[in-house]
Design a protein around this ligand. Structure first.
Ligand code: FDA
Length: 393
C-alpha cells in the first residue's frame, strides 16, 4: 500500500525545504524525498562554508531567464527581509561582506539547522538516501515509487536543483521528469563558472596563476566590476564568474584592466610626472607587478614614458581599457555554481510555480529557467520560489 501525503517534494535543498516549511505551516502533510545521505549539501558548501544566504539588493534585474518577468511575483512576495527575519528568529549571527551579500558569521550548518527546525515545527517528514524509481500520474494524483516504498499525493513539487557539482548529489532528474510530463526544457549550461583560455593567452598567463586584479569584464552588453583571478587553466574570480553566465562559446569578451581610471588621462599624467619611468613600472602602481610585466612583454611595447607619442598612449589606453580575451570554454558543471536554462517558465504559473500542463505538478528553485548572479541571489530565488509554491500546494 502506498502511503499518502498532501504534498511530495523531490529534493531537500534550499527550495525544497523552504517549500516544505511553507506548506507544512498551512497544515499540509508533507514528505520530502532526498536521494543524498543528508539534506542541504549545497547550502553547507556555499559561501566558503558560511552560506551567502541572500542579497539585500536582490531585484528581478539580477536574474537571467528567457522570460525576465517570470521571477518578479515570487521575489516580490518573499523578500530578503523575510528570510533575514527567519535567520534572526533563530539567533543566527550574520554580516554583510560587500554589495549586499549576507553571510553567517559562523557556519552554513546553522542555515541547514534552521531549515530543519522549521520543518520539524511544521510537521514535515524528510526521507534521505531515498532514490526515486518511478513517477506516475493518474486520477488519484501522483504515485512515486522509491527505494523506501511507494507514496502518493495530489501535489508533486520538483526541487531537485541543477547539474552543477554532481559529486554533491546534482542530477538531471528534474529535467527528465519535466520532459516526461511534456514540458519544454531550455538548453542547460554551466553558469558562475571559471573560464578556460587556450593558445597564446593560456601560454602567456598560466604561470601567473594566483595573481588577482580588479577589472571590469564585459560581454554581450553586460559588465561586472570586481576582482579577476588568473588560474592554471584560465581565469576566475567574481567578475569572471559573473560574466561567465552571459558568455557563450565564440562570444567577444573584453576586460578593462584599469577600471578605476580614465586610462588615457592617467597615462598622460604619468608621462608628465615620471618621464624616465618605464611603462611596466608605471603600470605596476595599479596592476600586480608580474601581470604588468607580462602585458609589456607580449601586448605593449615597453619604454620610458617620455618616449611615447600621444597616439601611442591612446593605443595603449584603448588596449588596457578594452583588452580582448579569447575564452576557449568553461570549467563546466564540475566547478560551476549554477545551471543556466532549465524548465521553460512559459509553461509554469509565476505565482504558484504550478505546471500549466499537468495540474498538481510544480517546479521550483534552480531546475527552473531562472538563474541569479553571484552574491546570494540564487538562494533568494530558491527561498522565494519555494515559498510561493508552499503557499499554493
Ligand atoms: P539544490 O541543489 O540546493 O537542492 C536540490 C536537492 O535535490 C539536492 O539535495 C539533491 O541531492 C536533490 N536531488 C537531486 N536529484 C534528486 C533525485 N533524483 N531524487 C531525490 N533528490 C534529488 N547561491 C547563493 O545564493 N549563495 C551562495 O553562497 C552560493 N554558493 C554556492 C557554492 C557552490 C559551490 C555551489 C555549487 C552553489 C552555490 N550557490 C550559492 C548556488 C545555490 O547553491 C543553488 O542555486 C541552490 O542550492 C539551488 O537550490 P535548489 O533547492 O533549487 O537546489
Amino acid at each position: 500500500m502506498a502511503e499518502s501525503f498532501d504534498v511530495l517534494i523531490v529534493g531537500a535543498g534550499a527550495a525544497g525545504l523552504m517549500c516544505a516549511i511553507a506548506a507544512g505551516a498551512r497544515g499540509r502533510r508533507v514528505l520530502v524525498v532526498e536521494h543524498a545521505n543528508r539534506v542541504g549539501k549545497k547550502i553547507l558548501m556555499s559561501g566558503g562554508g558560511r552560506c551567502n544566504f541572500t542579497n539585500t539588493g536582490a531585484t528581478p534585474a539580477n536574474y537571467l531567464s528567457t522570460n525576465p518577468h517570470f521571477c518578479k511575483s515570487a521575489l516580490a512576495r518573499y523578500t530578503p527581509a523575510d528570510f533575514i527575519a527567519m535567520v534572526e528568529r533563530h539567533r543566527i549571527a550574520y554580516h554583510e561582506k560587500e554589495l549586499g551579500q549576507l553571510f553567517c558569521d559562523d557556519s552554513s550548518k546553522q542555515i541547514v539547522r534552521m531549515l530543519l527546525d522549521e520543518c520539524a515545527e511544521a510537521g514535515v517528514r524528510i526521507e534521505t538516501s531515498c532514490s526515486i524509481e518511478k513517477v506516475r500520474h493518474g486520477d488519484a494524483g501522483f504515485h512515486v515509487d522509491t527505494a523506501r516504498g511507494a507514496f502518493t499525493a495530489p501535489a508533486l513539487v520538483v526541487a531537485s536543483g541543477g547539474l552543477s557539482i554532481p559529486s554533491m548529489g546534482a542530477s538531471g532528474f528534474g529535467y527528465e521528469l519535466a520532459r516526461q510530463f511534456g514540458h519544454n526544457v531550455l538548453p542547460t549550461r554551466a553558469g558562475l563558472v571559471p573560464l578556460t583560455l587556450s593558445g597564446k593567452h593560456q601560454e602567456r598567463l598560466a604561470d601567473l596563476a594566483g595573481v588577482a586584479l580588479p577589472v571590469e569584464a564585459r560581454c554581450n552588453g553586460v559588465s561586472f566590476r570586481n576582482f579577476m583571478l588568473v588560474t592554471h587553466r584560465g581565469i576566475s574570480g567574481p567578475s569572471i564568474l559573473q560574466i561567465s553566465s552571459y558568455w557563450n562559446p565564440g562570444d567577444d569578451l573584453r576586460l578593462d584592466l584599469l577600471p578605476n581610471e580614465d586610462t588615457f588621462t592617467w597615462l598622460q599624467m604619468q608621462r608628465a610626472e615620471r618621464p624616465a619611468s618605464e611603462l611596466k613600472t608605471v603600470l605596476a602602481d595599479c596592476i600586480p607587478k608580474r601581470f604588468a610585466q607580462r602585458l609589456c612583454e607580449h601586448w605593449l611595447a615597453n619604454k620610458p614614458m617620455r618616449q611615447y607619442h600621444e597616439a601611442e598612449l591612446r593605443t595603449i589606453a584603448d588596449l588596457l581599457g578594452d583588452w580582448p580575451l579569447v575564452a576557449s570554454g568553461t570549467e563546466g558543471y564540475r566547478t560551476a555554481e549554477v545551471t543556466l536554462g532549465g524548465v521553460d517558465t512559459d509553461e509554469l504559473s509565476s505565482t504558484t510555480m504550478q505546471s500549466k500542463r499537468v495540474p498538481g505538478l510544480y517546479f521550483i528553485g534552480e531546475v527552473v529557467d531562472v538563474t541569479g548572479w553571484l552574491g546570494g541571489y540564487n538562494f533568494q530565488w530558491a527561498w522565494a520560489s519555494g515559498h510561493a509554491c508552499g503557499g499554493a500546494v
